[in-house]
Write a protein that binds this ligand. Structure first.
Ligand code: PLP
Length: 760
């Protein structure tokens, strides 16, 4: 029996190191070390009734903490591996299929008692931990928590309330905030149909399927307000109120609150408002954003929380600032301008979009319909309100832009990589016409990834053996990762090879399942079962099929590609995956073209397309590829994070010098496509970049991969893997990212001692 999730999850058994990150002490910080004493003796069986065993499992399933502890996920999987996979690795749905008695019988059979007990105890200790990085370095937030807003959160594949990179970034931010002990609550939307599942038909054409998220299968519960009642918020518009209820989801030590407009009292179309991510027209969009921003601030207020900081992750939630201002005007009696100044001081705004067209804009009519009652309360005119969202406040032709409002109502704003910082300062320079471009007050904090969520079990084992015992708590320090150079090259290569094999098994299972579902012939199913070769250089390309990401760059000259694929001695193979937006016909056609390459005899089955890219597919890919290809049209990739996940697992990046890679590449830790040039137009850019891509593949990537010593090892390649890990892993983790936000933004915004990199 094959298990789709074999690779990311731990083999049964022990945990070598205590990986509860950062709970106790961080270098340089004070605070006593106080690990709670642990009883290692297995509990006596009679201590646990079937019901209490079941309750412990349920408690584990109801906190997403389990999702970055592979030994806990593994335990759930063992209960019923087939259902586990069929249920998208959802432990609550799995447990719903067990009675306490059956669970007990299964646990006895698998000898799971002590593991369940240990996991449960560790979760309790984690939630109770007294001393964290934040206590030491960001104490001021204790009484003034951060409220983090985002339109999507990618925490785990079983909770489909994300579409792509922005969501996964928010999820990783929340997980690191939990690990560091930052007092933070997160606010998002509950999409009861989520984002779509992708299926390709026999023609290779994408179809979208929306699932109905079942509330009782998700780790959420109604959020209870300070008054002891379930929270419900209402937002007035000129066309009637919109109501929303609020769900609470526990992600380690952080609570995520999700607003849901599917409540009685709403018009039928409003009950659908939060059904899907980024569905619908601009009117749906502004209504969703009203629920997220204005509704979100009201929900936090109903919880009885007084925020110290508002962190608005991308423009969708920026209406939150207006609601915060309204609170100060109405309740505290401040004049509008004073209230704006106070709220701006508390607000951190992160922009992610390097093209002007990517920013949400609304016309005056939509703004008046949805924010009319708000501006009445603020005592400002329609033109004054519109001015807050315009670069030129009095330009009546200019629509209301969420990013402009975000920049005007925050004192700290940042882009998500160094290059994106330059692009953003240039793009918004006309908001500060009296400043030179370098002094436009938009800084940058480069994105990072949550190491425990993306690191494979196999590499974790290897690091555990090599690195200092407390490395998990010190993973933001470069010297910890230098130890990778002490690794035996053969061992590193074998570990990578094992992961690559797991990836190929995963891909074959997926492909044969796809073939069977489409009713293809036995021969095709059989071919899918044996496709791809672990000894061939394997390139991964997986991301949204947005035009600027240019999934077709490598296909732009099929003859050149075929030459590389069919080289008898040094071939390559490519695994593609990714979704096109439902309305994006060119994107869908591109997917069809790639998917159909498998019928082209010249590709020898060495180009495959895996359906339904999500966190699970991503995890398999980034853990097993030799090379991760990224070729966006520079400078349109604000940061990108998937390549950072690859680094942790020993894969090498081959990328345009855009986003994070522009500051990460040093000539020895991966491959660069081109030299970061910009050309006159897209056509020239695409042609030159394609040339550069083929040049680097032919002259650098392929020769290096196939250059073997007498032991069969690619020594120089392995050296480059080590360079990649040692120079990049520590820098591009979300722990580093959240610590940067805490020091440069949260602490000063909450009124603590400032180190004001992005302030103005
Ligand atoms: C990490 C991740 C992304 C981000 O990918 P980039 O193309 O690097 O921005 C997108 N989708 C999923 C499912 C991910 O896990």
């Amino acid at each position: 029996m094959s298990q789709e999730d074999a690779s990311p999850l731990a083999p049964a058994g022990t945990v070598r190191h205590d990986h509860d990150e950062f709970d106790v002490q961080v270098s340089g910080g004070g605070g006593p070390q106080s690990p709670a004493p642990r009883s290692l003796a297995p509990p006596r069986l009679d201590e646990m009734s079937p019901q209490s065993l079941y309750d412990k499992c349920l408690a584990l399933a109801r906190n997403l903490w389990w999702s970055w502890h592979p030994e806990v996920g593994n335990m759930f999987r063992e209960l019923d591996p087939i259902r586990w996979r069929q249920l998208d690795h959802n432990p609550i749905a799995l447990l719903a299929e067990f009675t306490p008695e059956r669970l007990e019988a299964r646990a006895a059979e698998l000898v799971l008692y002590s593991r369940i007990n240990q996991a449960y105890r560790r979760l309790k200790e984690y939630l109770a931990a007294g001393t964290t990085w934040s206590n030491v370095h960001a104490g001021v937030l204790g009484s003034k928590p951060v409220v983090y807003f985002s339109a999507e959160f990618g925490i785990h594949e079983s909770i489909p309330i994300y579409s792509g990179g922005l969501g996964v970034l928010s999820g990783d931010h929340v997980k690191s905030a939990s690990g560091l002990g930052i007092p933070l609550l997160a606010v998002g939307l509950f999409y009861d149909q989520g984002y779509f599942k992708q299926q390709l038909d026999i023609d290779g054409y994408q179809h979208e399927e929306y699932l109905q998220n079942r509330v009782d299968n998700l780790p959420i519960e109604p959020a209870i307000g300070a008054d002891g009642q379930p929270i419900q918020v209402s937002i007035d518009t000129r066309s009637g109120p919109i109501h929303a209820k609020v769900w609470k989801m526990a992600v380690g030590r952080v609570n995520l609150y999700l607003l849901d407009s599917n409540v009685e009292g709403n018009k039928p179309e409003d009950r659908q408002l939060t059904a899907r991510l980024y569905g619908g027209d601009t009117r749906v969009r502004i209504r969703q954003e009203l629920v997220l921003g204005v509704g979100g601030v009201r929900a936090v207020r109903a919880l009885g929380v007084v925020p110290g900081v508002y962190h608005l992750n991308e423009g969708h939630s920026v209406f939150a600032t207006l609601e915060a201002v309204r609170g100060r005007v109405e309740r505290d009696g401040y004049a509008f301008d004073d209230a704006v100044r106070q709220v701006a001081r508390q607000t951190v705004f992160t922009t992610h979009t390097p093209v002007p067209a990517g920013h949400d804009r609304f016309d005056g009519g939509l703004v008046e319909e949805h924010l009319g009652p708000m501006r009445d309360a603020l005592g400002i005119s329609h033109e004054q309100l519109m001015g807050l969202g315009r670069v030129e406040p009095h330009n009546h032709g200019e629509p209301f832009c969420m990013t402009v409002l975000g920049l005007k109502l925050s004192r700290r704003a940042n882009a998500v990589s160094a290059l994106h910082g330059h692009v953003s300062r240039k793009m918004w320079a006309n908001l500060w016409p009296w400043r030179v471009e370098e002094e436009v007050p938009i800084g940058h904090i480069t994105n990072g990834v949550h190491v425990p969520s993306w690191l494979s079990w196999q590499m974790l084992q290897l690091y555990d053996r090599l690195f200092p015992a407390n490395w998990f708590r010190r993973m933001g320090e470069p010297d910890v990762w230098q130890r990778i150079h002490d690794c035996d090259p053969g061992e590193l290569w074998e570990t990578h090879y094992a992961l690559k094999n797991l990836l190929l098994q995963f891909v074959r299972r997926r492909l044969s399942r796809q073939c069977r579902r489409r009713g293809e012939c036995d021969e095709a199913v059989e071919m899918a079962r044996t496709v791809l070769d672990p000894n061939v250089l394997t390139i991964g390309f997986a991301r949204r099929f947005a035009t600027y990401k240019r999934a077709d760059l490598v296909l732009s000259d099929l003859d050149r590609l075929v030459e590389l694929i069919s080289d008898p001695d040094r071939p390559i193979q490519i695994i593609f995956s990714g979704k096109a937006h439902p309305a994006d016909e060119p994107g869908k056609n591109l997917i069809r073209r790639i998917a159909n390459l498998r019928h082209d005899p010249r590709t020898h089955g060495r180009i495959v397309f895996v359906e339904d890219y999500d966190i699970n597919v991503c995890r398999h890919l980034i853990q097993g590829v030799d090379v991760w290809l990224n070729n966006p049209r520079r400078p349109l990739e604000a940061s990108g994070t998937s390549g950072q996940k690859v680094v942790l697992n020993g894969g090498l990046n081959c990328s345009i010098l855009d986003g994070w890679w522009a500051e990460a590449f040093d000539g020895h830790n991966g491959f660069a496509i081109g030299r970061g040039e910009t050309h006159a137009n897209d056509e020239i850019t695409d042609r030159r970049d394609a040339d550069a891509l083929f040049a680097v593949l032919r002259k650098e990537v392929i020769p290096l991969f196939y250059e073997r010593d007498s032991d069969g090892l690619p020594r120089t390649w392995i050296k480059m893997m080590m360079n990649s890990i040692s120079s990049l892993a520590w820098r591009f983790s979300s722990h580093r990212m959240v610590m940067d936000y805490a020091r440069a933004c949260y602490v000063p915004a909450a009124g603590g001692v400032s180190c004001d990199m992005a302030s103005r």
